[in-house]
Design a protein around this ligand. Structure first.
Ligand SMILES: C[S@@+](CC[C@H](N)C(=O)[O-])C[C@H]1O[C@@H](n2cnc3c(N)ncnc32)[C@H](O)[C@@H]1O
Length: 491
């Protein structure tokens, strides 16, 4: 059998994962490369070739067949990442969907098996599980992440024709609306939104939300997510700044309604195209609002998982809540006065309140969290490297890192309680560094997390470097930076 590469440029790691997929999915024992693909001579399971991620198609006795992935991506030049429902909404720190599918294949996850993403964010893993026929469940502490993930699953399980007809109804109702004025309440939500939107735009998006809810009923989260993705652009917030700053640039010239209808039509085209490949899925998993350290308390997790897969938050992570505050408040998922509180509860948060820094330094010196010696010592080394010249952000780094390691240890413990024996767990983890006292310290987060996971009973199977340079001619410094795939096993 001959397997052909996609026409897009590959990162070196993608070719390496491609070969692993072939081994696990097709049980191939003999492969060799030819120009444009690889040839496999001995294999057990030919039918699985159609499920491969990093191949466009295969030739066997019955001619050329495109893979499901090639049909979903439907792109020649670049690797598509917004196919199917993936492009519903921006989410910082989103996974590359192809790597998720490849890992599912490498773990040989069968349709109907249960997969868990403990930090599911906007649901990339859950969506890829649906594509593969598996049941993906996820947890996240950010209500907006859970909302988006479930909206994507909803879109995959609803016929595109039904969604298109709702959009038509909406377009008609928008056209027929003469007065776009309404009263925005002066409650906590309204007052907050008034400070971030021009009054006309705020009234308009409030009316849009009401019309979406009336026309779409239980499917409203799909359309509200599409509208939410435009909020920043139409707000008084600088759309190009992760932090919340007032914009200097003018508001977009295109009316909000036109942009919304265009974005919705485009999204529904993608849903329709995915459903033409996969059919309308009858069942999908679910994203659940839950702290990963409290899994035991959830009934849903009494049935154990066959595999887990995630991109965890990083130490000193992106401010997930802060960057999405407009959407969180507009959708009524969080009150404005809870923004900072929730941000500080996320693993990897940079928020240190009251005496927290002093308390954690005390814990660090006595290693109260019971971290492996090397990780506790690393944090102490960083603490001792600080000089008076380091500003308050740098001074917080060793403390934040210790707290991050302790929370991740607790997470690893908690995740084990919901996994089957010998179940694999893949984590994609970026590298990091810091400069303290004028000296650069590399933080090999993947190696640290491997040691911490091992400390609470996970077996470390592999650490695979994901080489991400050379695509589209970028130099390594300009690319997403080196990441590691850590593979653990429950024992
Ligand atoms: C790197 S992101 C995951 C992105 C996801 N892979 C995607 O494709 O959208 C990490 C996620 O961890 C979540 N998180 C942080 N602390 C958490 C906790 N204690 N319990 C559950 N989720 C948490 C954050 O809200 C964030 O969505």
């Amino acid at each position: 059998m001959r397997l052909s590469w996609h026409t897009y440029q590959y990162y070196p790691y993608e070719r390496a994962l491609a070969l692993r997929e072939v081994t696990s999915l097709l049980k191939a024992t003999s492969t060799h490369a030819f120009d444009g693909g690889i040839e496999i001579n001995r294999y057990e399971d030919a039918d699985s070739a159609g499920q491969l991620t990093y191949f466009a198609g295969y030739v066997n006795g019955r001619g050329y067949t495109q893979t499901v992935q090639a049909r979903l991506e439907d792109s020649k030049k670049r690797q598509a990442t917004r196919y199917s429902v993936h492009g519903l909404h921006e989410y910082k720190g989103k996974f590359n969907p192809q790597i998720v599918r490849a890992i599912l294949n490498i773990f040989d996850v069968c349709p109907s098996q249960r997969v868990f993403d403990p930090f599911c964010g906007s649901g990339t893993t859950l969506v890829e599980c649906v594509h593969r026929g598996a049941l993906g469940y996820g947890t996240d502490l950010n209500p907006f992440a859970v909302y988006l993930a479930n909206a994507k699953l909803l879109a995959l399980t609803t016929p595109a024709a039904r969604l298109k007809s709702i959009l038509q109804t909406l377009a008609t109702r928008f056209r027929q609306t003469r007065r776009w004025t309404t009263t925005v309440k002066n409650d906590v939500r309204g007052t907050y939104l008034q400070s971030w939107f021009d009054p006309h735009i705020l009234q308009l998006i409030e009316i849009v939300a009401d019309k979406i809810k009336a026309a779409a009923g239980n499917l409203a989260p799909i359309f509200l997510s599409i509208a939410s993705n435009l909020l920043r652009d139409y707000s008084l917030q600088d759309p190009h700044d992760l932090r919340i700053r007032r914009r200097k640039s003018p508001l977009p010239e295109t009316p909000f309604i036109d942009t919304f209808l265009f974005a919705a039509a485009h999204f529904l085209e993608r849903v329709e195209s995915a459903q033409s490949v996969l059919g309308v899925k009858k069942r999908a998993g679910e994203a659940i609002l839950c702290d990963v350290t409290a899994l035991k308390q959830k009934k849903k997790f009494r049935q154990f998982f066959d595999a887990a897969l995630t991109s965890p938050p990083y130490a000193m992570a992106l401010p997930y809540i802060d960057t999405q505050r407009l959407s969180l408040v507009w959708l009524g998922l969080l009150t404005a006065d809870r923004i900072l509180g929730l941000e500080s509860e996320l693993i990897g948060s940079r928020e240190l309140r009251g005496s927290q820094r002093r308390d954690i330094i005390g814990h660090m010196h006595g290693n109260k969290a019971g971290l492996p010696k090397a990780q506790a010592a690393f944090c102490v080394t960083l603490q001792e490297a600080l000089t008076p010249a380091d500003g308050f952000r740098r001074k917080a780094v060793p403390t934040l890192l210790y707290r991050y390691f302790a929370s991740m240890q607790e997470s690893f413990q908690s995740i084990r309680t919901v996994m089957k024996p010998a179940a694999p767990f893949a984590l994609i983890i970026g590298h990091n560094h810091t400069v303290l006292g004028g000296v650069r310290y590399d933080i090999n987060t993947a190696a640290h997390l491997a040691s911490i996971a091992n400390n609470v009973g996970w077996k470390v199977d592999e650490l695979i470097e994901l080489q991400t340079y050379h695509r589209y001619g970028y130099h390594m410094n300009n690319s997403v930076g080196a990441e590691t795939l850590l593979i653990l096993r429950n024992q």
